[in-house]
Design a protein. Structure first.
Length: 91
């Protein structure tokens, strides 16, 4: 996973790629994904096709929002660390 730099933090696509790499490297992520898929499969078998399509559309919108928030949070955390280092240097 690349180290965060100001250039990466200022580039939405590059920062999103770093966040994705972090998430994919998380040991618990695959177990959570498997659990989600198990529930999704069960729900899919209980819903009509139109309802399933609407559920997938809702999920896509929720996931897109969380992806955007992950980038915002990563940028904020980087900037907070950068400020903390600047303040420590001023002492």
């Amino acid at each position: 996973m690349p180290e965060l730099t100001p250039d990466i933090v200022n580039d939405d696509a590059a920062l999103a790629a770093c966040v994705d790499a972090l998430i994919e490297s998380d040991p618990g992520a695959s177990a959570q994904a498997a659990a989600i898929n198990k529930v999704a499969t069960a729900v899919r078998h209980r819903l009509e096709a139109a309802s399933w399509g609407e559920a997938l559309e809702l999920e896509a919108k929720i996931n897109a929002r969380w992806s955007d928030l992950a980038v915002v949070i990563a940028r904020w955390a980087f900037e907070q660390g950068f400020r903390a280092r600047e303040n420590a240097d001023d002492r």
